[in-house]
Design a binder for this molecule. Sequence first.
Ligand code: AKG
Length: 273
Amino acid sequence: MGFDRAEVKFLYENQGYVTSIPILSPEQLQQARDAFTELEGKFGEDYTSYSLHNVHMTYSWVMDLVKHPRVLEVITAVLGPDVLLLDSRFICKYPVSKQSKTQGSNEIISHSSEQESESILPYVAWHQDMKYWGLDGGPVVSVWLALDDSQVENGALQVIPGSHCSGLLPHRQAKLSGNMLSVNQEIPEELVEKKKALFCPLLAGQMSIHDGLLVHGSDPNTSGKRRCGFVIRYVPTAAYPVQDPERPRHFHATVVVSGHDKYNHFSSQKPEL
Ligand SMILES: O=C(O)CCC(=O)C(=O)O
């Protein structure tokens, strides 16, 4: 299962994302799923839905994922040989029966809905990752690695192809509740070309990658199937943090995952492994 590095780079630069890239072997997938199940047992699903942040510093199986040779083969095709991991997070939407609902309502709000009423199931508002990362000097590439099949009905990632060429768009506080993004932002509806939106369905063990400026989001999981993904952000080592109150995210868990870091712009922490 080799990659055509030139094709990945071409697609990535032109459409802002590449999807359905096979990464994990069946054994690796099973190991990751088993280990995630242990964390669910330990912390509970309210926590594992969005709070397993930068746990590559704590668990060796997660560190193995962020350094997976097939992931890095793709990432270095896009970013070049010297790559730093910026951040990682599991993002898990549980089946409908397990999710909390607002009092008495059975309504589910999707991106295509015009309704202004309360959203009751977790979703991810349209946004650009670069809005969160206060850095310059290089692009951010985000990986979405599927631990479960991620399909339309359980809230697969959606992207607006080509939107990475529009620059950074304005964001505001999300109008609907249920937005999983920690700072609860969204791009105003009128600036999102929803007619162009495409789903990025993945089989468990596959990943998609997207550019930090690509507009993307996801609908609630309305199915009985969990949708668990592992999101990893990578930058070239030439990137550097900037003080921007609009993009206040700090970098506590950076790791050089490929090549050399001759810049040392980010102070890497030692993993607890
Ligand atoms: O998991 C999702 O639905 C959204 C993930 C996301 O926003 C990202 O990978 O940057």
